[in-house]
Design a binder for this molecule. Structure first.
Ligand code: PA5
Length: 432
């Protein structure tokens, strides 16, 4: 399960004030769990893990079986925002770093429809031509421009390459149960379709087929992931000041009220880069409204200590850091001894690379706290499906509680429409 260490904030906050924020956080947890707050028609994610059984898992896994039978070796997953970041975060976290070159674990899963770059799109089509491919298209509204453009192109490619009937076997759609262009298109074409329930917003959908189907296709154990989320759902429902979701939500709101307006999500494991992206969307879209909200940013250390480290240490003091620590590495690499020691590194001979990483983490924590950056440490045992499932649910729960403490509706995103209106007008979309 997820562990929380707030001692890196001790020198920044008085204990009594923190206890007041824990009380606020407990009140927000009650509102969330009793479904009496703003946006309470979007709380389907709260009891989602415990509602997933064998039938739901088998339905997701049926897509894997279908495409294994066709020797599919590349799947384009088309979606944007909440319709892609969870799957991308999980697959990046669980995959071999060089999986694209090594192959092996399952079909290669690539993402599309999360941008409108012509070069990206052309290069995606180059890649499809080299593989035996299929596509999962994900859009809750079924009307989002970026995935719609990518899907039109990929659908055309699949139909031209494999024929219309076979293309239908190679397309899976994940969308609303009734509304949107993707739903009517899927009905007409007879695609295998999964429903995104009305009461689950995109950024809370990683544990629905939106995340589970691509993650299963990439060869990972979605049953273990759901089990991790189920255990988190149970543990985090505890109405207690010891609840780690309550405590973390309390601390981030207290720091925000004390002028720490930016939360820097950091990890010393580069496999968590896209978890950082998922977190930015989860918190940014949920809290950034009504002129309020912690600005979420993300870094990977030690890499970014050599780019952002200077600012974090000495720039404007509006930051706090939330470090996501993976306690156990999966692999072991020992630094060898060198008789000549020309690089002067023999003091590290016989040590694991991860030992150096941990010392870097400890040294960074001390330096940043000294420099005025409060440090929150969130720990997971290891990077596997079970722990990731727990981490996803943990942050969703924190987000719901935290946004209610802040006093905003976490489940809408009215600000996202502004660019779309301008873009549609500029593109001369009918009706704009
Ligand atoms: O969290 C959200 O609701 C958004 O980020 C959406 O997921 C994103 O805008 C994509 O929307 P849709 O799935 O309707 O294409």
């Amino acid at each position: 399960m997820v562990k929380l260490d707030l001692t890196g904030c001790d020198s920044f906050v008085a204990k009594e004030r923190f206890e007041q924020y824990v009380e606020k956080s407990l009140a927000a947890q009650k509102v969330l769990e009793e479904e009496t707050g703003a946006g309470n028609d979007f709380l389907g994610w709260q009891h989602l893990p415990s509602s997933i059984g064998r039938k739901e898992l088998d339905d997701c896994l049926s897509v894997v079986d279908r495409w294994v039978g066709k020797d599919i070796d590349l799947v384009a997953v088309i979606g944007i925002g909440g319709s892609y970041l969870g799957a991308k975060a999980a697959i990046e976290a669980l995959s071999h770093t060089f999986a694209a070159s090594l192959g092996g674990h399952g079909p290669q899963v690539v993402f599309a429809g999360e941008n409108l770059s012509e070069d990206y799109t052309a290069e995606l089509l180059d890649l499809l031509r080299l593989h035996n491919c299929a596509c999962v298209v994900i859009s809750k509204s079924g009307t989002t421009t970026e995935p719609a453009v990518a899907f039109r192109l990929v659908k055309n490619y699949l139909e031209e390459t494999y024929g219309v009937d076979e293309a239908r076997e190679r397309i899976v759609a994940i969308t609303d149960k009734a509304r949107g262009a993707l739903k009517s298109l899927s009905n007409q074409e007879g695609y295998k379709t999964f429903v995104i329930e009305d009461n689950i917003g995109g950024r809370f959908s990683v544990l629905t087929p939106v995340g589970l189907v691509p993650i299963a296709l990439a060869g990972f154990d979605i049953e273990a992931m759901v089990k991790g989320a189920q255990d988190a759902e149970k543990a985090l429902a505890e109405r207690s000041a010891d609840n780690v979701a309550v405590r973390y939500a309390a601390m981030r709101n207290l720091l925000y009220d004390d002028g720490k307006k930016v939360e820097l999500f950091a990890s010393f494991n580069p496999k968590l880069q896209y978890l950082g992206e998922w977190l930015k969307q989860l918190f940014g879209e949920s809290e950034g409204k009504d002129g309020k909200g912690i600005f979420p940013a993300s870094v990977i250390f030690t890499t970014d200590l050599h780019s952002m480290g200077q600012y974090i240490q000495e720039g404007e003091r509006m930051l706090f850091e939330t470090v996501i620590t993976v306690e156990n590495a999966q692999r072991e690499v020992t630094i060898p001894s060198d008789p000549q020691n020309l690089d002067g590194l023999n003091y590290l001979a016989g040590k694991h690379v991860e030992h150096c990483n941990r010392m870097a983490q400890l040294g960074t924590r001390m330096a940043h706290i000294d420099g005025g950056v409060p440090n929150i440490d969130i720990r997971m045992d290891r990077l596997d499906e079970y722990n990731l499932g727990a981490v996803f649910y943990f942050f969703e729960k924190v987000c719901g509680i935290s946004a209610y403490v802040l006093g905003v509706n976490p489940f809408n995103q009215p600000g996202v429409e502004a660019y779309k209106k301008n873009m549609f007008k500029l593109l001369e979309k009918p009706g704009y």
